[in-house]
Design a protein around this ligand. Structure first.
Ligand code: ADP
Ligand code: ZN
Length: 740
């Protein structure tokens, strides 16, 4: 751990209490001035306990004092025991992110700090071992307990009681008699150091070439950025693991960022197979205790490789030497709540500040990264072929308009077209596996009363309630509001008139089961109503070939490797294409390409069938022709012509609050106040797509600017013009990726 240097013989001027700026993890305007205890100085990043009102808040020394508060009114901040210090580069990163995203630095610091416990020495557990004393009074139970304890292992009271099949009172008696003696154990086993030489793969020629570039970049210990652009199954993971190995040889720490849903046991095991031990994990499923422990291990340098979701970007690595963002195109890297930031973009920034290499990996890069790579700002490493015998699958479009029995929402409630059913038949007969993909959870996205036309909507959001048939409930996917499936219409009181409209995965599964009564299938859906455990179980069962068909939402789209999967059916390829937002086409292409990439990953060739009503659409055509670069070229032209990112800049203001009138008033005032500036256009305000979300009214404004414009400066000047009441929140979203 880096420690504050305590000055043993302070020069006389320091016997005056030094005054410093302390940043608190709160959304305040900046650092506050505090005194340090006499004779003590502390560097930037030194952690202190600072009084604020009647609380003690954990904060970090940030820099020189402002000097606005009179010396006699200053309170004293106490350095934490052991004088822990956040790495200086992390402090610089916090400042950078705050400036870029227009968040108060304290709000960003909050993401880089943990609770006080994380900075205290690790808690120890008391356990007991056999002592030399023989208790004066022996019983069968006591003898049994001593015999078990005789193996030399340290156990807790209850642990020993359980192992010896005696009551805890017996164990306590033995402790009192001195026959068992207390010993302190660390709460956790130490993290193992991954071994770069554990099981190096033999790479094919393309892989070896890319790996060499990345190894050298990793060894160079200076900033460089790389796009590892390889088709699904080409071995991107194997290749970037070689860069990880090199960083380990250089005694550097490594951060691998994954979208939360890709953080699976499968990935951790794969890492262990290459490096001999699992990496340190960082994600939302960890307990507070595990988080504190991982945080501490990163800060002390004990954790050498962290695999984490986006928030791991703010961990206090003292010697970070490589950052990897896998599936870099994923929208999940954009944090939308609280401080809004894009973890992929900020990963590049962190690497620049740390002066190390950053690798972005994807089979379908974001257009931003693609442009950076083809323009030479990033090195562009391509893997064009799947590893081994595997071929890319054939992709065919099924034109739903021309299918005689075309699925028809109102009348038939059918979603699997004859050609798709026919292909499923063949695959099942051959004993192979298939996947049906529909990016919609639940049974039906809308429930309608046939008699009066009533539509079930969420009382807190502008969203329909989605039927979940298994649970017999209607649920809002935005806020989690639920109600039991009603039997009559709440508006006209008719019974038996409620009809489901449109398909969700549950409904596709129902239809599939009707057509293929003997096939074994499961649903995998990222759904709280369905359950993550059930979903993981379905994926495992599919991998073990205990089921023939997996019917899933986007959770099945990426990362998984199923060798016997030869058919992927996309039930509705047009979903998401009609949002009309800037990235809808790119997103649709990426998602469908990823889903398609699940098929034919081993020896047997794969087939992908896309059901669509827009077969002429550029996205569908590019997918069918396997012309990824053609799609990117076209998308690039389109963005360039419209001055959209990355050829222009965007920022959004989202105004929200429970008082709808206040929200609209502020939105209007902001709209009016927008300063005129060259190469800047302001659109709105308009009601957001979810004009009501979790009970809050939402309005949006969009800033479109030429690339050279200092958008942050513009926004700051603008926001200073309107006084916003406490009941209304104005969130700034620089480089928005979602327009909801
Ligand atoms: P990607 O991340 O590009 O989709 P992966 O790294 O997951 O590809 O590789 C796909 C499959 O091929 C995995 O099962 C992986 O273990 C295997 N593979 C890739 N490269 C090699 C190699 N050089 N030697 C052995 N197996 C490899
Ligand atoms: Zn809702």
């Amino acid at each position: 751990m880096i420690r504050a240097r305590l000055n043993p013989t302070p020069p006389p001027e320091l016997l005056q209490k030094p005054v410093v700026g302390v940043l608190l993890p709160l959304p305040l305007a900046g650092a506050l001035d505090y005194k340090l205890p006499a004779g003590l100085n502390a560097p930037r990043g030194a952690l202190v306990s600072a009084p604020l009102g009647n609380r003690e808040v954990l904060g970090a020394v940030w820099g020189a004092a402002e000097g606005a508060v009179g010396d006699n009114r200053l309170k004293t901040a106490e350095p934490l025991e052991g004088a822990p210090v956040l790495p200086a580069k992390l402090c610089d990163f916090v400042d950078w992110v705050a400036d870029y995203t227009l968040n108060p630095p304290g709000a960003i610091l909050a993401m880089a700090l943990r609770s006080r416990g994380a900075f205290e020495p690790e808690a120890r557990r008391i356990a007991y071992v056999r002592g030399s004393v023989t208790p004066p009074r022996m019983s069968a139970a006591r003898a049994r307990a001593l015999e078990v304890a005789g193996d030399g292992l340290a156990r807790s009271v209850t642990g020993l009681a359980e192992d010896a099949n005696v009551s805890p009172a017996v164990v306590r008696g033995l402790i009192q008699a001195g026959a068992l003696i207390a010993t302190e154990l660390p709460e956790f086993l130490p993290f193992k150091t991954p071994d770069p030489e554990f099981a190096a793969p033999s790479l094919n020629e393309d892989q070896a070439q890319a790996a060499r570039v990345l190894r050298e970049a990793s060894a160079a210990k200076k900033f460089s950025a790389h796009l590892l652009d390889g088709v699904t199954g080409s071995g991107k993971t194997e290749v970037y693991f070689e860069a990880v190995a090199e960083a380990l040889r250089q005694n550097k720490q490594v951060l691998i960022l994954l979208p939360e849903i890709a953080l699976t046991v499968q990935f951790l095991e794969r890492f262990a197979a290459r490096f001999g031990s699992r990496p340190t994990e960082w994600h939302s499923d960890l307990s507070q205790k595990e988080r504190r422990r991982a945080y501490r291990a990163v800060m002390s340098g004990e954790a050498r490789v962290v695999v984490g979701a986006r928030s791991s970007l703010f961990l206090p690595f003292p010697e970070l030497g490589l950052v990897i963002v896998d599936e870099e195109h994923e929208q999940a890297f954009k944090q939308q709540d609280g401080a809004i930031y894009h973890a992929r973009d900020m990963a590049v920034v962190r690497a620049r500040i740390e002066d190390c290499a950053v690798i972005l990996a994807s089979a379908t890069p974001s257009l931003e990264s693609f442009v950076n790579a083809t323009g030479g700002r990033y090195s562009h490493l391509r893997l064009a072929m799947r590893h081994g015998a595997a071929e890319l699958p054939e992709v065919k479009l099924i034109d739903l308009r021309h299918e005689k029995d075309a699925p028809d929402v109102e009348h038939k409630g059918q979603w699997l077209s004859p050609p798709l059913r026919c292909a499923l038949d063949k695959v099942l007969a051959a004993g192979e596996q298939a996947m049906l993909f529909l990016n919609r959870r639940g049974y039906a996205p809308l429930t309608l009363c046939e008699a009066c036309g009533h539509k079930f909507t969420c009382p807190h959001c502008s969203a329909w309630l989605v039927e979940h048939k298994y649970k017999k409930r209607l649920a809002c996917h935005q806020c989690g509001y639920e109600l039991p499936m009603p039997s009559s219409c709440p508006q006209c009181n008719e019974t038996g008139t409620l009809i489901p409209c449109g398909p969700g995965v549950e409904r596709v599964a129902e239809e599939f089961a009707a057509f293929f009564p003997n096939a074994r299938y499961s649903i995998a859906s990222s759904d709280t109503l369905h359950g993550p455990a059930e979903t993981q179980a379905a994926i495992r069962a599919f991998a073990k070939r205990e089921i023939d068909v997996l019917i899933g939402t986007q959770i099945v789209a990426k990362g998984h490797h199923f060798p016997q999967l030869t058919l992927v059916g996309v039930v509705d390829a047009d979903l998401g294409g009609s949002d009309g937002d800037l990235r809808a086409r790119e997103r649709t292409f990426q998602l469908l390409h990823q889903v398609s990439g699940r098929a034919g990953r081993a020896e047997k060739p794969g087939l992908v069938l896309l059901q669509t009503r827009n077969p002429e659409d550029a996205v569908m055509q590019a997918l069918a022709r396997g012309d990824r670069d053609g799609f990117y070229a076209q998308e690039r032209q389109f963005r360039e012509a419209s001055q959209s990112p990355p050829f222009g800049r965007l920022a959004a203001l989202v105004i929200s609050g429970y008082d709808g009138d206040a929200v609209r008033t502020i939105a209007k005032a902001l709209g009016k106040a927008a300063p005129a500036a060259r190469d800047v256009k302001v659109w709105g305000p308009t009601p957001a797509f979810y004009a009501l979300l979790r009970g809050q009214t939402r309005e949006r404004l969009l800033v479109q600017a030429a690339r050279g414009v200092d958008v942050q400066a513009y926004l700051k000047a603008w926001l200073a013009l309107v006084k916003v009441p406490a009941s209304v929140r104005v969130a700034v979203d620089v480089d928005p990726v979602s327009f909801f």
